[in-house]
Design a protein around this ligand. Sequence first.
Ligand code: C2E
Ligand code: MG
Ligand code: MG
Length: 572
Amino acid sequence: MKNIEVNQTNAVADPWYQALFEANPQPMYIYDAATLGYLAVNEAATAHYGFTRDEFLSMTTRDIRPAEDVPALLEEVAQLRATPQTGFLKSGVRKHRKKDGSIIYVETAKELLMLDGRQAICVLVNDVSARELASRQIERLAFYDDLTDLPNRAKLRSDLEEAIARAQGTGTSLALLVLELVRFREINYTMGHVTGDQLLKRIGPRLRQAAGDNATVARISNVQFGVFVSDLSAREAMHLTNRLLNTLKDPVPVGEISYELGAHAGIAFFPGHGNCADVLLRHADIALFQARKVGRDYAIYDAVHDPYDPQRLAMLNEFHKAIKEGQLQLYCQPKASFQTGPITAAEALVRWWHPVHGLILPDRFIPLIEPTELIQPLTQWMLKAAIHQCYQWRQQGRKISLAVNLSVRNLLDPDLPDTIDGLLKIWGADPHWMGFEVTESSIMADPLASLRVLDELHQMGFKLFVDDFGTGYSSLSYLMKLPVDVIKIDHSFTMNMIEDRHAAAIVKSTIEIAHNLGMEVVAEGTASKEIWEALALLGCDQAQGDYVSVPMPAKEFSTWLDHSSWACSTAG
Ligand code: C2E
Ligand code: MG
Ligand code: MG
């Protein structure tokens, strides 16, 4: 130890202090506050750090700090010099480097002294490496996934919470993606867990690399990964999702074999889809479920598909009231024949006049109520209104048949034919006045049960339409087995058939095959004269769409017919 000459007011002058310094079992050292060069070290310090006393005295205190910690050290020293105080000042946990290069974690107590008329800093070191490493290990176990080394669900959740708070502060947005591996369970099952684990180990770094430095990537369950990025537009989020999904499609080699995985993804945005981590995670999960269900690569959260969405539940409640309180109205949209003749058919479409929100179109509420029992009273209401309307038209001498839409739950109701029969009797109505439209997907939900009801309705004399044809999974050859009379080409094909060759080809071949199978074809979405003319050339039977007329209140239909050129000719 160099001879320490100190300011008389300083305790360092005290021989007791010097003895305490030298004999202290805890490492202690003193360095120049301006140059940071060591002025004194005790024996415990040389023993602990591995440097000899001479080595220490030729070094500065920067030399035992990792480079990234030096700015913080300089800041601390500057503060201590600027605001000298009596007694030791404790620090938080810091990293120090020993002579052998190993890192230790220490807490220090620092005091500013006067030595030879210059400022010096005396440091007492407490090595807390054991405690620190144990707590880091515990944190690792609690917050990281062992296999992939990625943060786990708990860590993602807390990081997401912090990122949301920051985004709230800066008024920015945030995108959360949940990716779920497909085929992983099969591989795990058939090739064993060791292979499964190897696969996951490879996937972690791949995802992290594809996600980029701004993203947080976590493994949030066995086969799910969560990724969030701040300040990302919807378009950028979709690009990122595609990039990640493509990464997961690349074969993953394990041993001799390359495995092809793949994934679905769900996306939710802050603030649009929720303002806390749990809600965003749940919404991204619902979007993922939706993507999986419809066989898409990814889906963005949409409350329509969320069974727990409070707005959805509120709407269901309100719809219940709407039926009872007469807020529903029957609208009709005519179907015009390409052969000469007056309009003889229309589709029955529901409209909801909400006392506060005004007109609500069926696309907003039918998907919400279809999975619930509420679809039954709606169908009942529509059937009554449609049969009554047909009766009134007959009273006026008009032979218009009206087609009512049926949902999957209606098709699974074995009492439906009897119910309809009862309603017909009230008005002395005939099944030829009516038709029923059912979508492919509602038939496919339970083909056998649907077939039973459809067969019965067909035998009673009702015309049956397959609605939204082309959007489901079934084939025309399957439809051949169903008692179907008419195919309705979905408006997404009809409306695009002029500019999209693919859509035009689907319209053309649907018409050809349906005719070969003895079925008629209605093209919904006939929105313009051009489409009408193209359909006429293809031999389509009927057209429904804005070009003929938008849907109108059923009670205005007669007046419209009286004044419309469509009433008696189909010149278009
Ligand atoms: P949908 O059965 O396929 O009915 C045809 C839909 O396409 C109608 O929409 C109609 O207005 C629209 N559309 C037809 N041609 C055109 C066109 O040229 N341009 C445009 N932009 N749209 C056209 P709407 O009335 O909004 O009904 C939507 C869907 O709601 C219906 O599709 C049907 O699936 C469902 N829906 C409506 N009423 C009922 C009902 O009473 N019961 C059930 N179960 N579903 C219903
Ligand atoms: Mg329909
Ligand atoms: Mg349709």
